[in-house]
Design a protein. Sequence first.
Length: 265
Amino acid sequence: MIKALFSDVDRTILTSDYRLPDPVIQKCKRLAEQAEIILATARSPQGVRAICEPLGVQYAICFNGGWIGRPLERTSIWETTLERSLALSIMEATQEIGTSSLWFGSEVICALELTDLAKREISITNETAFEVHDLEDLPGYPFKIMCSRSTVEDTRFDRLRDQFSPQCTVTAPHWRLLEFTPESVSKGQAASRLAKYLGIPATSCAAAGDAENDISLLKWAGFPVTVANAITECIEIARYVGPPVDQAGMADVLEWLLQQKSLAT
């Protein structure tokens, strides 16, 4: 049987308007009777706590793999951050081309300009951001930098990706977002690290995700699954594809997982 499920949050468990459907909650509770349910998300630990509580989730992978721990207990098992000079260069570049960006530090979220786009993103996760006046006022070392845009035709993301992808991991969890994390970070690597910590082989793990930053996670797991609204790359990897997320598609996915036996010998 499945021993662990590593699942993305936004547009995988949550609907496109960020609701947690009751059928998904009920199926998660059933799966939790036999498996550890672990959230693997681009969100911060603070931003994922409201999802952990109703699902009874103990462990989470946050910042696309930059933080592993127990969000409800506010404790980390492993973490890594962007090198500060690189992070400042990214923020400076986003400022120069007028792209909205947020600096996710260990305890606070900051912006050089708290735009309406930035406010919208932090409102989704019920977090708070603070505006600072200068680059050097940005605190410490960020786990990630997140940029946002209002239209898919905005090409400034392409320029940022081209400029910084050789130096760090650059992923797009959604067309409106671009995220920068340390070069060594991915959801797949973090899942492997946490599965070893928990003593669960990858062959007994399922993984669910819908976006570019979920591809490494789906490739790692023995049972990759997704929902119909996922990008083509995720659908091609998945062993099972449920209905769209706005039809509570993960409930069907979870039912399928409940029927599977472990690949482990």
